[in-house]
Design a protein around this ligand. Structure first.
Ligand SMILES: Nc1ncnc2c1ncn2[C@@H]1O[C@H](COP(=O)(O)OP(=O)(O)OP(=O)(O)O)[C@@H](O)[C@H]1O
Length: 244
């Protein structure tokens, strides 16, 4: 579990005068599910963007299996096996589900027929097989999150990063997606990085949790250690977040 697959080393991101990430070090270890939590504005999405290549850090490096990929673009990183979902789901609304997923497989070099097979298989895995021919615009919010997962998986990621996939789901949809993520992780062997406000979901899924605040790592440890840490509870969680 201790092999480092990906890391951010001494990363700083400045937006004008604001330090969104400050001297940040983060490791993603082989086979782990890593939860990233923290208050609004803590820097979670910025960190995801830095790891995925959507934002170039002001200083610092991003390494993938020891290789410096700081200057690689997001599309290049996707081909290297770094895949992400977005906080705001953005499927091609007028396209069918199967074509939405196949497009992601095509982007990593699958041939057309194989991409369609991959898409059908992934829709089955996320429980949307019966809607494969429906348009994405016909889906409910929870179903769109599942579609988003299938699209992120279509690139056969080494590192899968999920940005608030539980947001806006009702409790039974949350239970379903937690179970789905658990089974997808077990089947894929990928590393999974989750940004999530719903701490109960992080607690049940993550092997390790990193708490960010004001662009810095406040705590890093097992869910029990981190969520039991008085400074985390007092300073950052308080009553602001749902814990059940
Ligand atoms: N493109 C940008 N330009 C200027 N400031 C930005 C930009 N993106 C993020 N910020 C600022 O950087 C800080 C970190 O934002 P970020 O979105 O990474 O936090 P977060 O932890 O993901 O928050 P949330 O939980 O609300 O999504 C915030 O103060 C935010 O306003």
């Amino acid at each position: 579990m201790s092999d480092i697959v990906m890391s951010a080393v001494d990363v700083n991101v400045r937006f004008g005068g604001l330090r969104a990430l400050a001297d940040l070090d983060l490791e993603i270890r082989s086979g782990e599910v890593l939860g990233i939590v923290g208050p609004n504005g803590a820097g979670k999405s910025t960190l995801f963007n830095v790891l995925a290549g959507a934002i170039r850090p002001t200083s610092g490096r991003v390494l993938l299996q020891g290789r410096d990929i700081t200057s690689s673009r997001a599309d290049q990183r996707a081909r290297m096996g770094i895949s992400r979902t977005f906080q705001t789901v953005r499927p091609f609304l007028d396209e069918t589900l199967v074509r939405n997923v196949a497009v992601a497989a095509l982007a990593v070099g699958d041939g057309r027929a194989h991409a369609m097979d991959v898409a059908v298989d992934l829709l089955e895995q996320v429980g949307l097989a019966d809607k494969a021919a429906a348009r994405a615009s016909e889906l409910g919010h929870g179903e769109r999150k599942r579609l988003e997962l299938a699209r992120a998986l279509a690139v056969r990621p080494r590192v899968l990063m999920l940005d608030e996939v539980m947001a806006g789901l009702n409790p039974s949809e949350v239970r379903e997606i937690v179970e789905l993520i658990r089974s997808l992780c077990a089947a894929s062997g990928s590393e999974l990085v989750l940004i999530e406000h719903l701490l109960s979901a992080v607690r049940s899924l993550a092997d390790r949790v990193v708490v960010l605040d004001a662009g810095r790592v406040l705590a890093d440890g097992t869910p029990d250690d981190v969520f039991g840490d008085p400074k985390v509870i007092e300073a950052y969680l308080g009553t602001k977040y749902a814990t059940s």
